[in-house]
Design a protein around this ligand. Structure first.
Ligand code: TYC
Length: 101
């Protein structure tokens, strides 16, 4: 029993970095109707009427509002889809993305 192996049977995993999340940002403009912005927020970002209205109003009053954070790919896809939905109606509605600090 003097030669019992007391070494741990599992190896410590080296820590890996979590991928950076990216913010989707709603930008205000003077032309897109409020109700249209709310509709897009509900459809593309699965928000409730109340959540969508608050985000729309914040962008309207302050110029921009963070909508949500996602992995880079998802953030860019959603921002593009939401922006394109506005363009399809002739509105200058804009969603941008930026990495979180
Ligand atoms: N400012 C727009 C209006 O008064 C509404 C609006 C809000 C548009 C937020 C874009 O990101 C936006 N009709």
């Amino acid at each position: 029993m003097s030669n019992v192996d007391l070494k741990p049977k599992t190896k410590a995993k080296p820590k890996v970095e979590r991928p950076k999340l990216h913010k989707v940002i709603l930008v205000n403009d003077d032309f897109t109707p409020r109700e249209f912005v709310v509709m897009i927020l509900k459809a593309e970002f699965r928000m409730t009427e109340d959540q969508a209205y608050k985000v729309m109003l914040t962008a309207h009053q302050r110029g921009v509002c963070v909508v949500a954070v996602f992995t880079k790919d998802v953030a860019e896809t959603k921002a593009t889809r939401a922006t394109d939905a506005g363009r399809a109606k002739g509105y200058p509605l804009l969603f941008t993305t930026e990495p979180e600090e």
